[in-house]
Design a protein around this ligand. Structure first.
Ligand code: UD1
Length: 420
């Protein structure tokens, strides 16, 4: 296992490119199960999670060919309906093969996704959606066993205790595109990744409207075609870089970024005093003076993304004054707090709230990455801190940030990998 070593404390400078979106790629790869025709997907980030998804597609019977700039997915005989524990338990995104397998084969046996450090993460909304479409389900040995010889369109309210669900919306959309009749999903997730999935399905020939809004209307079709599709940039990676620039007081240019997907972050950072200038498909972040602490609550899109909460906490721990952070999407997502505190941050947790008393300086320390976005927060803190930070268990980072060490070295950062 590798660790990241960072010698921090100096500003970064230069240009960094955002890779393709991980969270949009995972359901789109699953959607290729809906057709027997070839699908070509470009700008797929090379990550542990995308590799896992490709392995899962292969295990389900697809042929996968990876070349430098694209992935080709083609049929390879009949599909298998069983998604194995080994692949699904390591990554929640793989649970979204359930919808397409049901639509294509009328049956699916998918391992329950594994428990996750950021919270309980139930699948009741996924189940509610596919049951409404006429599926019968049983639980057997940790697997969801779902059977639906004929899926039938339905009117489904998909809101849960914590609001909408991204992957449940994706699963229901992919089941509904080949169902008989009309499906209306109310309280659908509005995340850009759902918009991307809807666009991909439309290009395959699906009749779908409203993706990216809380009401998605789908009229089932008999078959879908192969497509060529280019993944849009990863908004969470982009947001991580913007926060990194602010925390390290750096001049940074970030390329391949859709800033309109990050309005809540930009609004917050403007209040904090961070200067963000927009160019065509790039932005420039300038070090602001006298940054102010600004409290923040995460919500489903277009609210402040939970996937940027830990990174924002790392920034606010360096802004003198008090900031209150509340996560309304994953109320237990605060594993980064003790690690940031090891670096001199002053953060305490009271239930679902983190209270940060900003300090002038963080100091390098050995820290442990607990999950993907918490790891990104530690990288930001390490780059801003004085001295050496060793981040252990960086396999979490490799799940979601393509070539992060190389990209950071390109900005003049002193970052390298060492074997544990
Ligand atoms: C996706 C993202 C993840 C992001 C999250 C929220 C992928 C691969 N992952 O995860 O990075 O943090 O959206 O933006 O795209 N919930 C239920 N019942 C369900 C499903 C979810 O109560 O059946 C709850 C969850 O516990 C959570 C909230 O709904 O509190 C939102 O979760 P959800 O949108 O489903 O997250 P994911 O789609 O798993």
């Amino acid at each position: 296992m590798d660790k990241f070593v960072i010698e921090g404390g100096k500003p970064l400078k230069g240009e960094i490119r955002v890779s393709g979106s991980k969270n949009a790629t995972l359901p789109i790869l699953a959607a290729t199960l809906l057709t027997d025709e070839p699908c070509e997907i470009k700008n797929v980030p090379k990550l542990r999670d995308t590799t896992t998804m490709l392995k899962l597609l292969k295990s389900l019977g697809k042929n996968v060919e990876v070349s430098k700039d694209k992935i080709m997915i083609t049929a390879n005989g009949t599909l298998n309906h069983v998604a194995d524990y080994d692949l699904v338990s390591t990554m929640r995104g793989s649970f979204c093969v359930l919808g397409p397998l049901l639509a294509k084969l009328g049956k699916a046996k998918v391992s329950m996704p594994g428990g996750c450090i950021i919270g309980v993460r139930p699948v009741d909304l996924h189940m509610k959606g596919i049951l409404a479409l006429g599926t019968k389900t049983t639980m057997e040995g940790g697997y969801v066993n779902a059977v639906a010889p004929k899926l039938k369109g339905a009117h489904i309210y998909l809101g849960g205790v914590f609001g909408s669900s991204v992957l449940a919306t994706a699963n229901v959309m992919m089941a509904a595109v080949l169902a008989h009749g009309q499906t209306v999903i109310e309280s659908a997730a509005c995340e850009p990744e759902i918009e991307d999935l809807g666009n991909f399905l439309s290009e395959m020939g699906a009749k779908i409207e409203g993706h990216g809004t809380p009401r998605i209307v789908i009229n089932g079709v008999r078959r879908l075609e192969g497509v060529s599709y280019r993944m849009s940039p990863d908004r969470i990676e982009a947001g991580t870089f913007i926060i990194m620039a602010a925390a390290t007081r750096s001049h940074m240019t970030i390329r391949d970024i859709h800033l309109n997907q990050l309005s809540a972050l930009v609004d917050k950072l403007n209040q904090v005093g961070v200067v963000i200038e927009k160019d065509k498909d790039s932005i420039h972040v300038k070090p602001g003076r006298n940054l102010k602490p600004v409290s923040m609550t995460t919500y489903p899109h277009p609210g402040f993304p939970t996937d940027l909460q830990a990174q924002y906490a790392a920034l606010m721990s360096l802004v003198p004054g008090v900031t209150v952070i509340t996560d309304k999407v994953f109320p237990d997502r605060f594993m980064h707090i003790p690690e940031l505190n090891r670096m001199g941050a002053q953060i305490r947790r009271e239930g679902g709230v983190a209270i940060i008393e900003g300090v002038k300086q963080l100091y390098g320390a050995p820290v442990m990455a607990s999950d993907l976005r918490a790891s990104a927060a530690l990288v930001i803190a390490g780059l801003a801190a004085k001295g050496r930070t060793d981040i252990h268990r960086i396999y979490h980072l490799e799940r979601g940030y393509e070539d992060l060490d190389k990209k950071l070295v390109g900005l003049g950062a002193k970052v390298w990998r060492e074997r544990e």
